[in-house]
Write a protein that binds this ligand. Structure first.
Ligand code: GTP
Ligand code: MG
Ligand code: NA
Length: 338
């Protein structure tokens, strides 16, 4: 297996876009889960986090014959709601990530929260890849399950291809109106200036290998400095939740550093980590399930923390760790400024 660089952390990828474009379904397709079908009204109402180990990404991209290029330990993917009332959660998600996937429904083109998401990404100068989803809905589409997109396009009729091209051209024009150059990723010769579009289907899995490979390649190529592991803990609270048997817990994203059981942490409150839990790899943290318990966890990860007093924690704020040489009062001051 390819050698992993010791000091690269997993990139954090936020998935954003208008309501019902298929963000959660795309993640379900990669995870082999059914989170979307369990959502009230089919609407995501919380930020989620899922860890994809490198081995799974390698497996999923092997038809593209590029497995040797994986240098990061995995990928941490943050799911966000597309419903208009959750702007704060989209903002929080986009603030945590190294790269984003902006999902657009090929049958609808750009929609209000596509543009809102785009503006959040522009504001933070976050790199992103466009997933042009639901290609299976093109009339007379012939699905080839989990196929790289190039191979499946070769199997389509002239009529399907012409409809596909017409819709892609329309979306490219819509992005241009937003001041953005975009192009199908396999035609894009100037990544960085021109944003890449990956056609996908969350129902058939088509284009998913391309999307995963592009994500990993792009982050490894352009973000080595940002992805170089640092000891300084950078950790944000996603949700404050009561869990039977654990009391009030917090779901956090650990962006950098290491957390240990027993660490003294400071948010709005000072407390000690009683348990460090994660869902199993490829499982969504926001869905109740079995947890793995850890003595320590290295970034990047989505983690559930159990400790006394967490009912006072606040979603969106940072968590600080008190090190042996740190002054508790200084850290409490820093936490107050959040
Ligand atoms: P919010 O999180 O609520 O913003 O929605 P979302 O973007 O996560 O979309 P979701 O995964 O909930 O999918 C919305 C609907 O579109 C569901 O009924 C999915 O089954 C359907 N859907 C998603 N992706 C695809 C796709 O690629 N093809 C088809 N045919 N249907 C899809
Ligand atoms: Mg969703
Ligand atoms: Na939805």
């Amino acid at each position: 297996s390819p050698k992993q660089s010791e000091d690269l952390r997993s990139p954090i990828c936020c998935i954003m876009g208008h309501v019902d474009t298929g963000k959660t379904k795309l993640l379900d397709c990669i995870r082999g889960t059914n989170v979307q079908e369990g959502e009230a009204g089919g609407i995501t109402q919380q930020i989620g986090a899922t860890y994809f180990p490198a081995a799974n990404i390698r497996e999923r991209t092997k038809e593209l014959k590029a497995d040797a290029t994986l240098k990061v330990p995995g990928l941490l993917v943050i799911d966000t709601p597309g419903h208009e009332s959750f702007t704060n959660l989209r903002s929080r998600g986009s603030g945590l990530c190294d790269i984003a996937i902006l999902v657009v429904d090929i049958m609808h083109g750009l929609e209000p929260q596509t543009i809102e998401s785009l503006n959040l990404l522009k504001m933070r100068k976050t790199e992103f890849i466009i997933a042009l989803n639901k290609v299976d809905r093109l009339y007379d589409w012939k699905a080839r399950r989990n196929s790289p997109i190039g191979m499946t396009l070769k199997k389509q009729t002239k009529d399907v291809l012409s409809e596909f091209n017409r819709r892609v051209t329309y979306v490219i024009t819509q992005f241009k109106e937003q001041g953005l150059n975009t192009e199908l990723y396999y035609k894009n010769k100037e990544m960085g200036e021109t944003f890449s579009i990956v056609p996908t289907s969350a129902v058939t899995g088509e284009g998913i290998p391309d999307l995963l490979l592009l994500l990993v390649q792009w982050t490894q190529k352009t973000m080595v400095e940002k992805l170089t592991f640092s000891d300084e803990v950078q950790c944000t609270v996603l949700e404050v939740k009561v869990i039977e048997g654990l009391g009030t817990t917090i779901d956090v994203v650990l962006v950098n550093g290491v957390l240990h059981e027993g660490d003294q942490i400071v948010g709005p409150i000072v407390t000690t980590i009683r348990a460090l839990l994660t869902p199993h790899p490829m499982k969504e943290i926001r869905v109740k399930g079995a947890y793995m318990q850890h003595k320590e966890i290295k970034a990047a990860q989505g983690i559930k923390i159990a400790a006394q007093g967490l009912e006072h924690a606040i979603a969106g704020t940072s968590i600080y760790v008190v090190g042996p040489d740190d002054d508790l009062e200084d850290i409490k001051e820093a936490a107050k400024e959040d």
